[in-house]
Design a protein around this ligand. Structure first.
Ligand code: SF4
Length: 369
């Protein structure tokens, strides 16, 4: 399985916690940006002619803010330059209050079949504090425009004075929008973002409080029929994100656009995070990569373990042995013994026990050599 990621770096304004490649000031330069995306895709077409892609993901930024005709152009170019499976999952990230009926018609016409909506919180006051320009009502209007479509909502935990009741009400709002997938991420206050000073001033919940919020959220989602298929991702059966599952299965993917990263043939590479640098490189017919790493045999094994243990299915021992040339039970006997209390081990698979999933990062470190 292989995926295509396309980064659309336009937003109306910068959220206080945002550390992503998004450039509110560059919104007037969509035409040049998309022209570069098309050119970058063409450049990779020949290199990847033997691949068949199963998913396309337009992420951002706010892809729904872009002119939908440019999104249509990007999909046309993808279909022209690459082999895309007929039943491919094609996701578009949407922020509330950035779409209308006309845009939705175009999205449907071009084959977008999944929408990931940035709700984050159901509280308008909190949206304002995060510098997000929409409300709970906007979210419901957006969901209504996408009625009957395959929808997901992103929500945040670890917000200012967030209580369990507030989190559950945010989940209720997402459910009222008829989503069948929810990504519940813990807010990470990155150095240099405005919210970082709130973190330093103790205005955000501490890690124990965030863990309690997470626990309340995942139990509530379970009651509502959403199973956790990855530490931060919950879905009704059959609505798991194929694009993200590919990442966790260590599948290959190619990324286009500013800050996009790729994993092809055991090489991980990343495009520049700078808007002008991206445009200038592509105009000069260069790939806009700023880093490239060949994965060593040891790193390959660790990546496999790290990604697989994030998921509900855990690590498939036979797959690990076949794909990495290792012998899982022999190579990791010590780590398995040290972590026996938090792992479910069978001859075929290794999983983190349900109640310990949230601290998977710490458990996974035991497998590092
Ligand atoms: S919508 Fe997303 S990408 Fe845009 S500023 Fe907010 S957090 Fe950043």
């Amino acid at each position: 399985m292989a995926g295509i990621y396309v980064h659309i770096p336009f937003c109306l304004q910068k959220c206080t916690y945002c550390d992503f490649a998004s450039f509110p000031k560059e919104i007037g330069r969509q035409e040049s940006y998309f022209a570069c995306l098309y050119r970058e895709m063409k450049g990779r077409g020949e290199q990847l002619k033997d691949y068949t892609f199963d998913t396309v993901y337009f992420g951002g930024g706010t892809p729904s803010l872009a002119n939908p005709e440019y999104i249509a152009g990007a999909l046309r170019q993808i279909r022209k330059c690459f082999s895309l499976r007929g039943e491919a999952e094609i996701t578009l990230e949407v922020n509330p209050a950035t779409i209308d009926k006309k845009k939705v018609e175009i999205y449907k016409e071009i084959g977008i079949n999944r929408y990931s909506i940035g709700l984050q919180t159901g509280y308008d006051e909190e949206q304002k504090r995060l510098n997000r320009p929409h409300t709970a009502k906007d979210f419901l209007v957006t969901c209504n425009l996408l009625k009957g479509e395959n929808k997901s909502a992103d929500i945040l935990i670890g917000l200012h004075d967030q209580t369990k009741e507030q989190l559950l009400k945010t989940i209720d709002l997402a459910l009222a929008g008829e989503v069948n997938h929810i990504s519940m991420y813990a807010l990470t206050p990155e150095v240099g973002t405005p919210i970082y000073s709130d973190y330093l001033n103790g205005l955000l919940p501490d890690s124990d409080e965030v863990a309690d919020l997470y626990d309340a959220g995942r139990k509530y989602l379970k009651e509502k029929g959403f199973h956790r298929y990855e530490v931060s991702n919950f879905a009704k059966k059959g609505f798991e994100s194929r694009h993200n599952l590919n990442y966790w299965k260590r599948g290959e993917y190619i990324g286009f656009g500013v800050a996009a990263s790729s994993f092809i043939g055991e090489r991980r590479f990343t495009n520049t995070f700078k808007f002008d640098e991206y445009i200038n490189a592509v105009i000069l017919n260069k790939f806009p990569e700023i880093s490239s790493d060949e994965i060593s045999e040891e790193d390959k094994k660790f990546e496999f373990i790290m990604l697989a243990l994030r998921t509900e299915d855990g690590l498939n021992v036979n797959e690990f042995n076949v794909k990495t040339g290792g012998d899982f039970f022999r190579d990791y006997a010590e780590a398995l013994k040290a972590r026996a209390n938090v792992l479910d081990v069978s001859p075929y698979s290794v999983k983190i026990k349900e109640d310990y999933m949230y601290v998977q990062n710490e458990i996974i470190l035991s497998f590092m050599k």
